[in-house]
Design a protein around this ligand. Structure first.
Ligand SMILES: Cc1ncc(COP(=O)(O)O)c(C=O)c1O
Length: 461
């Protein structure tokens, strides 16, 4: 082993000199050390100074659902890659077949799994399928893809074309044509939406989608891509009545329903998939982060048999199949890790723990709301919660993002990592985000909200 690996001062300098960190302004690293996360165990991680942190955001971006340091996943991956590490996805692999079977058991109504290796890529695949279906079945006409204000579907130009967060998108255009935005469904901010009613907001928000379909022409709209609970756009839980109406609209206008489960998928909200809370029957579902809890890179696009059939019903046509590949979609480490990840969730009853701990987290956040007027709204489903910070509860004016960031910095100093919406919707980077691993205990949840309590007291007085 290279001796430098144990010399942490060298590691910090190598990082400072050569690593371009994600989503980071690097100027501060000229005078302060970048943070290096050295080790993780359960809910906790240690940095280069040996400081312990309780991770309330599962690897910062809702990923490490079963917690750090899982030896059984490491062993499953090791055994698999020694036997057979890779073969391109035109062929099958043992863990690929077995994980697909287990996954489909959890997703009634769907039947096919397409492997790739990031959430953005899985969404791109879905967009490509919609376009190919439009060409094959509708003379190229039904090509438009609807996406929602405040939702995020990934980082590539294609995925950003379906990006509802203007600050994420700024300076990266022009984007791909044929993507059309529909309004958000955040009830707490309905006063900013023209015509929003006091009653039955959920149905109204869904009807705004119908209005867009009618304006564009139903024969031009192929699909709609939605997060079940919007993540980085502000932890937006859907309002009552919303999903039922969305489903009706999709059926009425023959619009494919693509659910982006990259964050909600595989347990985060207390069900295997977020959409399963709302009785939705999607045509396509994409997932990534929690599928193998970050132990290996894996993403999946899961479709109905009806969608799959459209790519094999004209075998004499040389273009009649999904002409797409993901090189690393053929890595076996992903499905091997995902199989063991799923076993852990089942054997340790982590879905019911997520329910119970999510309820505790919401209770604690409501108690904080009683104490701190700066919390204007708390929202959540399972272990996926948010607290929106406002200057004034009447006007609902968001706090300056620097103040929201001061709260997370204070928590970090206390050894608790919490998140905040970041470079998402302009002027709306004011929602604290909590997504601890599904193994969280009552003490972990209380420690998280106690840290936030202290931080809010110090930042807002
Ligand atoms: C809802 C959602 N979809 C897609 C993505 C993109 O996933 P990836 O970063 O794996 O490409 C993300 C990432 O945060 C996400 O939150």
């Amino acid at each position: 082993m290279d001796g430098n690996q144990n010399d942490i001062t060298h590691v910090v300098e190598a990082d400072r000199a050569h690593v371009w960190h994600h989503l980071s302004q690097h100027k501060p690293y000229e005078t302060a050390d970048p943070r290096i996360i050295v080790e993780g165990k359960g809910m906790r991680v240690w940095d280069q100074k040996g400081k312990e942190h309780l991770d309330a955001v599962s690897g910062a971006v809702w990923t490490v659902n079963v917690g750090y340091g899982r030896e059984s996943i490491a062993n499953a991956v090791r055994d698999q890659i020694l036997k057979m590490n890779y073969f391109a996805g035109a062929a099958g692999t043992v863990p690929g077949a077995l994980f697909a079977e287990r996954l489909i058991e959890k997703m009634p109504g769907l039947s096919r799994v397409y492997y790739c290796n990031s959430g953005s890529e899985a969404n791109e695949k879905a967009f490509k399928m919609v376009r190919q279906i439009a060409h094959a079945k509708y003379g190229g006409k039904k090509y438009k893809i609807l996406y929602r204000d405040r939702d995020y579907h990934g980082t590539t130009i294609g995925a950003l074309s379906a990006g509802g967060q203007d600050e994420r998108n700024a300076q990266y255009g022009p984007f791909a044509p044929g993507f059309v935005r529909v309004p958000h469904c955040l009830e707490y901010r309905k006063h900013e939406q023209e015509g929003a009613p006091d009653q039955h907001y959920g149905e109204w928000a869904a009807e705004q989608i119908e209005a867009v379909i009618l304006r564009e022409g139903p024969d031009t709209v192929g699909a709609i891509c939605l997060e079940p609970v919007t993540a980085g756009g502000g932890v937006i839980t859907p309002p009552e009545g919303y999903w039922q109406k969305v489903q009706e609209i999709c059926r009425k206008y023959d619009v494919l329903l693509h659910i982006d489960e990259v964050v909600c998928g595989v347990g985060r909200t207390g069900t295997w998939f977020g959409y399963q809370h709302y009785g939705i029957e999607p045509d396509m579902v994409t997932m990534a982060k929690g599928v193998a809890s970050g132990y290996a890179a894996i993403a999946c696009l899961v479709t109905s048999e009806k969608v799959f059939d459209m790519f094999k019903d004209q075998p004499d046509d040389p273009l009649n199949y999904f002409r797409d590949i993901s090189t690393f979609g053929g890595c076996t480490a992903g499905p091997a890790a995902a199989l063991e990840n799923m076993r852990i969730i089942e054997d340790e009853a982590l879905l019911s723990n997520t329910d119970a701990m999510g309820a505790r987290m919401m209770d604690n956040l409501h108690a904080l709301m009683d104490k701190h007027r700066v919390i204007g709204d708390v929202r959540g489903k399972g272990l996926f919660c948010g607290a929106e910070l406002v200057v004034d509860r009447e006007t609902r004016e968001p706090v300056a993002e620097k103040l929201a960031q001061a709260v997370t910095a204070d928590c970090m100093a206390q050894g608790v990592i919490v998140g905040v919406t970041n470079r998402s919707v302009p002027g709306r980077n004011n929602t604290l985000c909590f997504s601890p691993a599904l193994i969280a205990t009552p003490d972990d949840i209380d420690q998280i909200t106690e840290a936030v309590d202290g931080a809010l007291g110090r930042v807002f007085g």
